[in-house]
Write a protein that binds this ligand. Structure first.
Ligand code: ZN
Length: 159
């Protein structure tokens, strides 16, 4: 395993649309392990493959304080949302900053696991926000495009 360099705002890779994963090989498994390690090392709650310069539809998330419930999603798609939440959001690709973003309060995602088996997962609050934020990255969207008002300095959880 290895830490990967996190790309920051201004890097064109963050604006590109990622390609679906078609097979899980050793390279993909190593990438996922590296993404988890990189996310935890940066105290993030989520990381998308384009943030480490790989244009594949892969997301890792762990919103638990203990950092022991990693969620790995290949080719994730939001299939249902409900409600709304407005709150601060940050991003490992926009270090030290946060901004107010409105997201659904409940989000259901369909994705593949590392065995290419489909599963569905429902999240609320921070987890729902993380799903939306990370899946946006796969479409070349960084949260700063959705911020209401201005970015401000912050030290909260970053995705
Ligand atoms: Zn982000």
């Amino acid at each position: 395993m290895a830490l990967r360099k996190i790309r920051t705002l201004g890097d064109p890779v963050l604006q590109k649309v990622s390609k679906p994963v078609t097979e899980v090989n050793d390279k993909i498994r190593a990438l996922v392990q590296d993404m988890l390690e990189t996310m935890y090392a940066a105290n993030g709650v989520g990381l998308a493959a384009p943030q480490v310069g790989v244009l594949k539809r892969i997301v890792v998330i762990d919103v638990t304080a203990e950092g022991n419930q990693p969620i790995v999603m290949l080719n994730p798609e939001i299939i249902a949302t409900a409600g709304s939440q407005t709150g601060d959001e940050g991003c490992l690709s926009v270090p030290g900053k946060a901004g107010t973003v409105t997201r659904p309060n409940e989000v259901t995602v369909r994705a593949l696991n590392l065995n290419m088996e489909p599963y569905e997962i429902k999240g609320t609050e921070l987890l729902a926000r993380a799903f939306c934020h990370e899946i946006d990255h796969l479409d070349g969207i960084v949260y700063v495009e959705k911020v209401e008002g201005k970015l401000h300095d912050a030290g909260a959880a970053e995705e």
